[in-house]
Design a binder for this molecule. Structure first.
Ligand SMILES: [Cu+2]
Length: 164
């Protein structure tokens, strides 16, 4: 038993140092980002509909580290960003604010229409197609990441192949 413990302690040091290097590298790019154990793909926001001041952001989050949580999101371009879940409650589709979104170890969680999403409330200017929104995401373990969410209309992309 004694030898096993000392072996464990010897490995703890180098592992922590490695973590530091990975977390220090924090590349920020449009649509996808790698942030320690967290990688993000396919991030986009919906352009605002004329007369509307709210929008929504979507992304896929893959967590290759220990269990983590997305705690909050914010942007300088809107009053507030809330974490929402949309789902059926009885026969009614409802949208509720959630305190956090669980990111289990080794899993990909998709924020998408009809499910979890980033609810962007009170945009300071309309989000037009072709523009992008800089957003900060705060994770319980991975910390804060700032990345660019380009606008996209997934409806048109999804239906594009149906046209001749
Ligand atoms: Cu919502």
């Amino acid at each position: 038993m004694k030898s096993l413990f000392s072996l464990g302690r010897r490995f703890a040091g180098p592992t922590l140092v490695l973590w530091g290097i990975v977390l220090a590298a924090n590349p920020v790019s449009a649509q996808q980002a790698q942030f320690g154990a967290i990688s993000i793909q396919g991030a986009y926001v919906k352009p605002t509909v004329q007369g509307q001041i709210n929008s929504a952001g979507y992304l896929k989050i893959t967590n290759t580290g220990a269990d983590d949580k997305l705690l909050s999101a914010s942007t300088g371009m809107a009053n507030q960003v809330q974490l929402h879940f949309m789902g059926m409650q009885g026969d009614v589709m409802k949208m509720n604010e959630v305190a956090a979104i669980d990111l289990p170890s080794g899993k990909t969680v998709e924020l998408k229409p009809g499910s979890y999403h980033l609810m962007i409330l009170g945009v300071k200017a309309p989000i037009k197609p072709g523009e992008s929104l800089k957003m900060k995401l705060k994770f319980q373990k991975a910390g804060e990441l700032e990345m660019v969410f380009p606008t996209s209309t997934p409806e048109s992309a999804a239906h594009a192949h149906e046209h001749p």
